[in-house]
Design a protein around this ligand. Structure first.
Ligand SMILES: C[S@@+](CC[C@H](N)C(=O)[O-])C[C@H]1O[C@@H](n2cnc3c(N)ncnc32)[C@H](O)[C@@H]1O
Length: 414
């Protein structure tokens, strides 16, 4: 096998940075060598410099895409880290719906969510399933989940929504699998009603965010760990600019925004941290709720983008639309409400459509957060209090909502 020289690594790592923002230092020399090996063979390259020259000269852009697909680490799993989905269901969503239900008077409540580096889609479908579990039927909501990634291979797979045994066994409780997936040949496919909640699109976080519209919640997890400190700051500040003032950002559980940008403040809920824009910190942050002016934008079709099937027709909603059902105890990890831990899945041992081998050691090492990450600016995590309010809104439960709103009002007056 042709080995990569230090000079070749220097040229290629600069090229890789220029096309996807992934910053590779010399400790990643072996990773670049192994991940580009098959391209070397495919394009008959005599050296890594030759590969670089051919990629730069390739006007179709295909070689560039292949390099991005090869270099990016698409490691992901369903309900990754569990607690972000708990804070999503039990804190961020109820607060948001509470605020939105006051502004939309009679219309469906819009919720725009962005998974900003969605890889092969597990994060997007975890969000969609968590929404279904938390909100019950979604008739009173206008939900839009955007999944984007720079890797078109990853986006295509995400859009198809079919997973093999290995992928299914990572993070999906059996009950959730049975409820939201159907066995199809050698894998499991996400059910149409969940698939219909999402749109996927190829998108490079290094590019301007113009045209994306506004979001209520952004998941940007385990991607900024590959960026330089300056790019990290730039990406999170662009996210601040597309987040509603009362929106929320969820980042990876090994990541922190301390020392990265002052545009977000950390909020704690039980075991989790999420971030909200510091009021007035972003010059582009609008002053108020913008849905009346900014409808969910139609996404421009690209080769890799897939337009979702239409959602059910909006239904008129009473003024005090959704209804919080207080829950004393958050649902167990995995959103199904009954399974505390991932369980083995009864998938017949069949050849996989797209076998995904466990990440090689080098790739796994790449997942580690940079050591310079500062600790989170919060007190030690309290043990979750079982009786803490963990409200989940269920459309249709009007009397309970009224009671809660009254309670809130009374609290506000006292
Ligand atoms: C480790 S995965 C994280 C997936 C998911 N967010 C999670 O936490 O499980 C990182 C993803 O970031 C994507 N990525 C890397 N650079 C990117 C960029 N500049 N713009 C958009 N996505 C990028 C990769 O293709 C990869 O799918």
């Amino acid at each position: 096998m042709t080995t990569i020289t230090a000079d070749e690594f220097s040229v290629l790592s600069k090229y890789i940075y220029s096309i996807c923002g992934v910053a590779l230092d010399s400790t990643k020399t072996y990773l670049v060598e192994t991940r580009l090996k098959s391209m070397m063979q495919k394009y008959g390259c005599a050296s890594y410099l030759d590969l670089h020259a051919k990629a730069k000269a390739d006007r179709s852009g295909n070689m560039e895409k292949e390099i991005v697909n090869a270099i990016t680490t698409n490691e992901t799993l369903f309900f990754r880290d569990a607690s972000p989905f708990e804070v999503f269901k039990h804190k961020i969503l109820p607060d948001l719906i509470d605020a939105r239900s006051k502004s939309v008077s009679g219309r469906n409540i819009p919720l725009r969510i962005w998974s900003a580096a969605c890889s092969t889609g597990q994060e997007v479908y975890s969000i969609a399933i968590a929404l279904r579990e938390a909100l019950g039927n979604l008739n009173n909501f206008q939900i839009s989940i955007l999944g984007t990634d720079i890797s078109d291979e990853a986006v295509t797979k995400a859009s198809y929504g079919k997973y093999n045994k290995f992928e299914i066994e990572r993070g999906l409780p059996l009950q959730t699998l049975n409820k939201y997936f159907t066995l199809q040949g050698d894998g499991w496919k996400i059910r149409d009603e969940i698939r219909a909640m999402a749109v996927f699109k190829k998108f490079n976080l290094m590019k301007p965010f113009a045209g994306l519209g506004k979001f209520d919640i952004v998941f940007c997890r385990n991607v900024a760990i590959y960026f330089t400190p300056a790019d990290k700051k730039m990406v999170f500040e662009k996210i601040a600019s597309v987040l509603e003032p009362d929106g929320s950002l969820i980042i990876g559980s090994t990541e922190s925004l301390t020392g990265v940008t002052g545009m977000f403040e950390a909020k704690r809920y039980m075991r989790s941290i999420f971030y909200q824009p510091v009021p007035g910190s972003s010059p582009q942050t609008p002053t108020g709720f913008t849905y009346a002016q900014t409808p969910v934008p139609a996404l421009a079709g690209t080769a890799a983008s897939v337009v979702r099937p239409p959602l059910p027709a909006p239904r008129p909603v009473p003024v005090a639309a959704p209804r919080p059902t207080p829950r004393a105890v958050p649902a167990p990890v995995g959103a199904s409400g009954a399974s505390p831990a991932p369980q083995p899945v009864p998938v017949a041992p069949a050849p996989m459509e797209r076998p995904v081998a466990p990440a090689p050691a080098a790739a796994v090492a790449q997942q580690a957060p940079p050591s310079e990450e500062a600790p989170r600016p919060v007190a030690p995590r309290p043990t979750p209090v079982r009786s803490q309010p963990a409200q989940v809104y269920r459309a249709g439960d009007k009397s309970e909502l009224k009671r809660l709103l009254m309670q809130k009002k009374q609290k506000g007056q006292s």
